[in-house]
Ligand binder design. Structure first.
Ligand code: FE2
Length: 308
């Protein structure tokens, strides 16, 4: 487990990749590797990068992490009232194009997944990650596997693609042993393995609109799988022993690079870095080329129960 560097030649004949090559990259991801592109295949215009790097100074409201919601074609997280409308529009255009270009790229690079994913949120992360003052469960500098409180996946995989836009600094990550090796290290009562019945989680109108769900979904149905993944996320962040002594590797992801990883199975933390772009996909479990490594399969094998 670790990092797989994608050689420049892998892209020299264009996309889509030959089927066997694409299958190989999918299985590398599904084993828990980071696929790393020393030079991003999603290069932005220098002008647009400059715009993103200087956004903070020019628009005081735009200092938080900004989410792009492709389904609604909307940017959220920005206090756009104080922002110059031209700047808001430009930001929106850059995030929309990034999302579209990553999606187009992955459709050809990971062709076995194409059209078998749901396009989730994208984000721009302008804040310095080192020393951020966040509540424990929201901290990014503690090792965790991803789960979204308001967006249960029902077994779909969380795949994330990143660009480091910082002109000079790497993005410092650590990653740990993948899900199938990690979960058995904890006693079942410690991590509360999934129960049989699924839970109906009421969400308030506020939470629903914050998640871009509007009023269409009055309640959010989480499967036992989603319950477990959310609890496991919290458990890892709250487990001081794991944070201090869990196996880990450090990665310094340089400026101008890209990488992607299944963040639901690879515990990760970002220790330092600033200015990243990211796009998330929820990949259908049926699209996996090695389904036995998926967290859902691992948990179902452990419990002998259907969890979605
Ligand atoms: Fe994460």
């Amino acid at each position: 487990m670790g990092m797989v560097i994608i050689p420049q030649e892998a892209l020299s004949h264009g996309l889509p990749l030959p089927h066997e090559e694409a299958i190989n990259w999918c299985s590398q991801l599904e084993e828990g590797n980071i696929l790393f592109f020393p030079q991003t295949p999603i290069a932005l215009l220098q002008d647009d990068i400059h715009f993103l790097l200087t956004l903070e100074q020019t628009s005081s409201g735009l200092h938080k992490n900004l989410a792009y919601k492709p389904a609604l074609d909307r940017v959220s997280g920005a206090d756009v009232k104080g922002a110059d409308p031209a700047a808001s529009e430009r930001l929106h255009r850059i995030l929309r194009e990034y999302s579209q270009r990553v999606t187009e790229f992955l459709a050809g690079f990971l062709s076995p997944y194409q059209a078998r994913w749901q396009l989730d949120y994208g984000s721009f992360r302008p804040q310095e990650e080192q020393g951020r003052d966040l509540p424990l469960r929201r901290r990014n500098d503690l090792m965790h596997t991803d789960a979204f409180p308001t967006r249960p996946t029902h077994g779909a995989r969380i795949l994330r693609f990143f660009n480091n836009l910082h002109p000079t600094r790497p993005r410092d990550w650590i990653t740990g042993e993948p899900f199938r090796a990690l979960v058995p290290q904890f006693a079942p009562e410690q991590i509360a393995l999934p129960r049989e019945q699924s839970t109906l989680t009421r969400i308030t109108k506020k939470a629903a609109s914050g998640a871009g769900l509007g009023r269409a979904l009055p309640a959010l149905k989480r499967s036992p799988y989603d319950d477990f993944m959310m609890r496991f996320h919290n458990f890892l962040k709250e487990n001081a022993d794991y944070q201090a002594r869990g196996k880990r590797e450090a990665w310094f992801l340089p400026p101008g690079s890209s990488w992607m990883v299944y963040t639901d199975m690879v515990p990760h933390a970002v220790l330092a870095g600033q200015y990243a772009l990211e796009q998330t996909y929820l990949v259908a479990p049926e699209a996996m080329v090695t389904p036995e490594h998926a967290p859902l399969s691992v948990l179902e094998a452990m419990t002998g129960e259907k969890l979605v």
